[in-house]
Ligand binder design. Structure first.
Ligand code: NAG
Ligand code: NAG
Ligand code: NAG
Length: 454
């Protein structure tokens, strides 16, 4: 191509980059979707998470979870009016979270409807009736706008499962299509959280159709294994020899027609716990492996108090216990850590496993990363004895995205230069320099646009 056109393109793009306004959010170009479970406020002591504990500079999107379905009105309803609303001296959670947008203009705040406890059958009946869908769409737009949210996140767990019917798959698509048509007029975001198991994806989602209407699809890439398996396994394996892993889930979604730039990889800020029938023998204690037989119920953490589940904030404190020490291990198959003490086992994610997942997501050019949920990161900074730095995992995600994008860009530059040299391209000296200079100023996406021209 004409060199002058190339230089013009570069000037425009670099100019645009320099002219960019300061942002109150992440510096990279990917989304970071932060789910917040509002019931976390009821946890005891240092576990209690209020909206004011959020660190909005680490998120591009926050999702306030969960609202419910009012089946009499076909509308969204608050499941905890005292926390969410201002009436009757309520704590006004909706208002407090959306007001964050004033100080953090980059932030988008959505309301989630659904979640595990809402079940599936009420949603199944709603979507099966065209006139009820229409009513819900009208009411949803009104609700979202009334409370100043930027969008709605659909968390039906799951269409065609847990009492749902096979028709849910098509009817859910119809609901999403109709919601999007109404949302477009008001510039509202429409997103959804999807189950990650192949069996769920197959029965619940018309992936190709849903991907047209949803702005983002939040893949819940966790709970692949837990105490229900009656053997120890990784909560969120990056890889495995079966279909229960992050790589399989994302590759499968893309194969079914979801474009990478709508897929958001979910990462758990919690672990799954297990109880062994008896403590390990000294033989297997030396090099324990996941896959050990366990009882059907895991142990609880002191703050989240839910059998089989433990927040990272609880895990990182546990692992520091010197009087009853844990042994820490790395499972090289799943690319995640686990810890063992007596009959107790915890499978979880740490900085290293999260870095590897982020790297995978960036290599696949996904839209970004989602977390379930910010309230179980070490949001108090209790595990960092030296500096009291809070949000270690969220900060790892922020750093990892920048690092992975930079690494990918550099390897493309290197590859391009090698190609040029092999093709005997002369003026190599100045062209090399230009590529490297340009590369350092551009985001990966912008750089790819330019490189494809050359
Ligand atoms: C469906 O909605 C009704 C009324 O709100 C509620 O009582 C019921 O628990 C819901 N069903 C499920 C499975 O949650
Ligand atoms: C360490 O673990 C033991 C056994 O669970 C517990 O009794 C003790 O309180 C823990 N210590 C700390 C500092 O958490
Ligand atoms: C995110 O990472 C970048 C680059 O490492 C850093 O400059 C920035 O301060 C980080 N943001 C936060 C809120 O930690």
């Amino acid at each position: 191509m004409d060199k002058s056109v190339l230089f013009l393109c570069l000037a425009v793009i670099i100019g645009g980059k320099w002219g960019e306004a300061q942002t109150t959010g992440p510096h990279h170009s990917r989304v970071v979707v932060c789910y917040l479970g509002t019931w976390a406020v009821y946890r005891p002591g240092r576990g209690s998470f209020a909206i004011e504990n959020l660190e909005p500079s680490l998120c591009t999107h926050v999702i306030y979870s969960f609202a419910g379905l009012n089946i009499k009105e076909d509308s969204i309803k608050s499941l905890d009016p005292w926390q969410d609303l201002t009436e009757n001296y309520g704590k006004g959670g909706y208002q407090r979270i959306t007001t964050l947008k004033l100080r953090y203009p980059h932030l988008k705040v959505s309301l989630a409807i659904g979640g595990w406890n809402e079940g599936s059958t009420n949603y199944s009946k709603l979507v099966s009736d065209a006139s009820r869908r229409t009513k819900f769409v009208t009411n949803a737009v009104e609700f979202i706008r009334k409370y100043n949210f930027d969008g709605l996140d659909l968390d039906w767990e799951f269409p065609a499962k847990r009492g749902g019917v096979p028709e849910d798959k098509l009817n859910f698509l119809l609901l999403v299509k109709e919601l999007k048509a109404a949302f477009r007029k008001h510039n509202l975001l429409l997103t959804a959280a999807f189950g990650a198991g192949k069996d769920t994806i197959d029965v619940a989602y018309d992936v190709e159709g849903l991907a047209i209407y949803l702005d983002f699809i939040h893949m819940m890439c966790y709970d692949y294994h837990g105490a229900w398996d009656q053997k120890t396994g990784a909560n969120a394996p990056l890889k495995s020899s079966d279909v229960l892993n992050v790589e399989y889930t994302l590759n499968y979604m893309m194969k079914l027609g979801a474009p990478a730039n709508k897929l958001v990889l979910g990462v758990p800020l919690y672990g799954r716990t297990f109880v062994l029938p008896e403590a390990l023998s000294s033989e297997s204690k030396r090099k324990p492996k996941l896959g050990m037989v366990s009882t059907s119920v895991g142990f609880q953490g002191p703050l989240t108090r839910e059998s089989g589940f433990m927040g990272y904030n609880e895990i990182c404190l546990e692992l520091k216990n010197k009087t009853a020490p844990w042994s820490k291990h790395w499972d090289s198959e799943s690319r995640t850590p686990f810890a063992v003490r007596g009959t107790q086992v915890i499978s979880y994610d740490d900085g290293q496993s999260i870095y590897e997942k982020v790297k995978f997501a960036m290599e696949k050019n996904l839209a970004g990363i989602m977390v379930w949920s910010v309230d179980t990161d070490d949001f108090q900074g209790d595990c960092d004895e030296e500096n009291g730095q809070n949000y270690p995992l969220m900060r790892e995600i922020n750093k990892s995205i920048e690092k992975a994008l930079e690494d990918i860009k550099n390897s493309i530059i290197k590859e391009k230069l090698d190609q040029l040299e092999n093709s005997g391209f002369r003026v190599v000296g100045s062209f090399d320099l230009l590529l490297v200079i340009v590369g350092t100023f551009l985001s990966l996406r912008q750089f790819l646009v330019i490189i494809n021209f050359v």
